[in-house]
Design a binder for this molecule. Structure first.
Ligand code: ZN
Ligand code: ZN
Length: 482
């Protein structure tokens, strides 16, 4: 019997795994507040015989769960944080919430964490059968807005791994070959002097003026930066709601992104100068607080190929007519232009046959196939960022996306929250678990593949510079900033 025998535990534990994912969906805790979700996951791992380390790397809601001993050491990454404001009734094909404004699992991390746990469970059975090696599940908090993995990486969390793999819920089954943008997030706080806005305006120094001038300055900067860079901001304090008072405080969080960390850091230095200039113009003070950063994702082709093979060997789940029909209803709610991602995926393809295949399936009710994989050497950066980037700077890393959502479901949307407990989502989660587990076992069986992955990692890293999170920076719950 081959390695497939160890995957059966994932189907045997179907009920436990599905319930766990649903429970975490219900917890819907945002960055660095994921205490209940962590409790549920660690309880699961303890029951299954893993060694659990709570509050790992000095972070309250980070943990590791490991099984086995010695080399090779393979990491599986799990996430479980939700997004603010996205609460939504599960299974309803219409935007409706019972708790408007409350958080919701708008990125599918309830499935991500449990799918990765399923993979660890299967690898445990393989190790139990007497094979050497260690599997380590990383319970990574705050992927959204908190860069949990970057803070874990600061403590060297992933350095002694031979490889790390993960997955993300999505609309298709595909190996992630793209890079992602590096980013820095900084809070700028302006301090001025309050005064009666009509009686003695000459005594006032407006912090809000500074913030507005900063925003205008950055607006001019946007014309003079590299094309793939992005600068976003959110005003978290506008100095109160009284127009007859000169505003004494104003704060904004800036998020600066670029394809490489070095580019993002240089851009951030220019934003810093604009903030200083704005304070100088208005005779106010500005202070800067580092919140978080994450590195660009550097994938490993050797691991990508292995993940692709594993997905193919596991084979995609089959779906019922009800599941196809429901998916079509969700797709009908997608905003215009949502199919851009699909078209981009097709435009990256090198083989005419694959392009034809993908075009023919565009209107399918579920993308229930594995997107053909071809080693794509032109590494494009996607519009977003992920803290998996920081892991990819410490060991060979790769990731896949598995289908849990109807075609064209937009990112961070009520549609994702609504579909987060569906049978289609559960099937995709278990498919992810099996694919990751098979890849880990193949790696444990093949020191040569690990060696090739490491050699590729060393070669690629020679061209990259890693800027870790400053030693004195600590994770910040975004909700505490305003
Ligand atoms: Zn997300
Ligand atoms: Zn996500």
């Amino acid at each position: 019997m081959g390695l497939e025998q160890y995957l059966t535990v994932i189907d045997d534990s179907k009920d436990t795994l599905d319930v766990l994912a649903d429970q975490i969906w219900g917890c819907a805790e945002t960055a660095y507040s994921e205490t209940k979700s962590v409790e549920k996951l660690t309880e699961f791992f303890r029951k299954e015989g893993f060694t659990v380390k709570d509050k790992a790397y000095g972070i309250d809601t980070a943990f590791t769960a490991s099984f086995g001993s010695g080399s090779p050491r393979i990491g599986i990454l799990g996430e479980f944080d939700a997004l603010s404001g996205l609460n939504q009734i599960a299974g309803l094909v219409e935007k409706k919430s019972e708790h408007p404004g409350a958080p919701g699992h708008g990125c599918g991390h309830n499935l991500l964490g449990v799918g990765s746990a399923a993979a660890a469970l299967a690898v445990r059975d393989y190790l139990k059968a007497g094979h050497p090696g260690t599997v380590i599940y990383y319970g990574c908090p705050a992927e959204e807005g908190g860069s949990g993995k970057a803070f874990m990486a600061k403590e060297g969390a992933f350095r002694d791994l031979d490889a790390a793999i993960t997955w993300h819920p999505g609309t298709s089954n595909v190996v992630v070959t793209n890079s992602s943008l590096a980013n820095f997030q900084v809070l700028y706080s302006f301090e001025g002097t309050a005064a009666h806005a009509a009686g003695c305006p000459e005594l006032g120094r407006s912090a809000l003026d500074s913030l507005e001038l900063m925003n205008v300055g950055v607006q001019f900067l946007r014309e003079h930066m590299i094309e793939q860079a992005r600068i976003h901001y959110a005003i978290v304090d506008a100095g109160g709601y009284s127009p007859n008072v000169v505003q004494p405080t104003a704060k904004a969080i800036y998020l600066v992104r670029a394809p490489k960390q070095q580019d993002a850091a240089e851009l951030l230095a220019r934003v810093d100068n604009i903030a200083k200039g704005a304070a100088l113009m208005t005779d106010t003070k500005v202070t800067r607080r580092f919140i978080k950063s994450c590195a660009n994702f550097v994938s490993n082709r050797t691991l990508e190929k292995l993940l692709y093979q594993s997905m193919q060997e596991v084979g995609v789940p089959s779906y019922t007519e009800e599941e196809y029909a429901l998916a079509a209803k969700y797709t009908a709610t997608a905003p215009a232009g949502s199919d851009r991602g699909y078209d981009e995926l097709v435009s990256d393809m090198l083989i005419p046959g694959d392009i034809k295949f993908m075009k023919a399936h565009k209107k399918d009710r579920l993308w229930d196939f594995i997107v053909p994989y071809e080693e794509i050497h032109i590494v494009k950066a996607t519009g977003g960022s992920t803290d998996v980037g920081d892991v990819s700077f410490q060991c060979p890393t790769a990731q896949i996306t598995c289908m849990t959502l109807a075609p064209l479901t937009p990112g961070h949307s009520w549609q994702i929250v609504s579909q987060g407990k569906s049978t289609t989502a559960h099937k995709g989660m278990r498919f992810a678990g099996k694919s990751l587990a098979l890849a880990v076992m193949k790696l444990m069986e093949s020191p040569d593949t690990l060696k090739t992955a490491r050699a590729e990692f060393d070669e690629v890293m020679a061209d990259q510079k890693y800027i870790p999170i400053p030693k004195d920076a600590h994770p910040v719950a975004m909700s505490s900033l305003y």
